[in-house]
Design a protein. Structure first.
Length: 367
């Protein structure tokens, strides 16, 4: 397998649509890296440039330390799995998986060996004589992955391969692809707009927005230490709560003044926030850190506020409470048995040991 490096890569469509802007990225050998972000952020364009399906307007791309900017896709030793599977409808599963090897004039014995090995790994041996129209979405996706596996490429590229599957199949295929990576010890670059897929599959995650790289890190580090407000809001479901306010007080006592709410800030944040006294900023707290019915003990690093219940969303093992607190809207994740009434005024305890603070202008983390 191989490393993949992008150095100062830029892609412009038309005269002024910058799809990818000055992207620097290194994918390690045998790493499972996920590119995630909203639609139009440049993640699929990045993948297509690595594959050679889009030209690079600026910068360099290296695969296995070899510059590939001017090398055609067929000679880059990569295999790509597309969102729509891209199977030939008139060919059987076996023929679809063998097609690329036949183009490269592999001996028939080697073709047969590779196809049957891949089919065994993916549990699709019984489908080898079927045509794509006789397959379900999950089975078709396995065939598309099998067609990539038989190539034994240096790098696997996946472009939102699970987006056409139903929820149950997506969960199953996420686990299958993770096991496949462990078995093949492959270098994989995987594109998705689904942050849950990114969190559960990636060894490292690249978060993109408007063609710009926002943060690269391990999943839990992204979740716990977002570099900016966008990453904090994009990673995690439900999204992080944000409250805009002003820091008031002295170096020994700081309060976040939201206009109606006043939240006492714990001493651990004084050093980071002391230069923001009198200035606006954005306070962030995840829904699981907004507690209802005193499920966290009050203490030096907690604050109590009042809120009005706006929406109640029971989802089985937990309940999401949508709340109006002061001038802000919050979401609290609580136990399944917590069912306050709509319009009810309730007390909440905020676990401020997990708080985040962002500069209002730059949206960068202050911690």
């Amino acid at each position: 397998m191989a490393t993949v490096e992008l150095k100062n890569v830029r892609k412009i469509f038309g005269r002024n649509v910058i799809a990818v802007n000055r992207l620097d990225l290194e994918v390690k050998n045998e790493e499972f890296m996920v590119l995630v972000g909203p639609s139009g952020c440049g993640k699929s364009t990045t993948l297509r440039m690595i594959a050679g399906l889009e030209n690079v307007d600026q910068g360099e791309i290296f695969i296995d330390r070899k510059l590939v900017n001017d090398i055609p896709p067929k000679d880059r030793d990569i295999a790509m799995v597309f969102q729509n599977y891209a199977l030939y409808p008139h060919m059987t599963v076996y023929q679809n998986m063998a097609f690329g090897l036949r183009l490269r004039r592999y001996p028939q014995a080697e073709i047969d060996k590779r196809v049957r090995e891949a089919a065994e790994i993916l549990s699709i041996s019984r489908f080898l004589n079927r045509k794509p129209k006789a397959l379900s979405g999950g089975e078709s996706q396995r065939v598309a992955v099998g067609r990539a596996i038989v190539r034994k490429p240096k790098v696997f590229l996946f472009d939102e391969p699970l987006s056409n599957l139903d929820a149950k199949l997506r969960v199953q295929m996420r686990a299958e692809l993770s096991k496949l990576h462990a078995r093949l010890k492959a270098t994989i670059i995987y594109v998705t707009h689904d942050q849950l897929e990114a969190m559960t599959m990636g060894e490292r995650i690249v978060v993109m927005r408007d063609g710009l790289l926002q943060q690269v890190d391990q999943p839990l580090h992204l979740y716990r230490r977002p570099a900016n407000k966008f990453v904090g809001g994009f990673i995690g479901s439900p999204t992080m709560n944000f409250i805009e306010g002003t820091i008031e007080g002295t170096g020994n006592s700081l309060v976040l003044d939201e206009g109606v709410l006043k939240i006492q800030i714990p001493p651990r944040y004084y050093k980071s926030l002391s230069r923001y006294i009198g200035k606006p900023l954005i306070f962030g707290l995840r829904p699981e850190d907004v507690h209802y019915r005193n499920s966290v003990k009050s203490g030096q690093e907690t604050a109590e506020i009042s809120a009005t219940v706006d929406v109640v969303e029971p989802i089985g093992n937990e309940t999401f409470l949508h709340l109006i607190a002061g001038k802000s809207h919050l979401v609290a994740s609580t136990t399944a048995s917590a069912f306050p009434q709509l319009g009810e005024k309730i007390k909440l305890t905020l676990d401020l040991s997990r708080a985040h603070f962002f500069d209002k202008e730059t949206e960068l983390s202050l911690l």
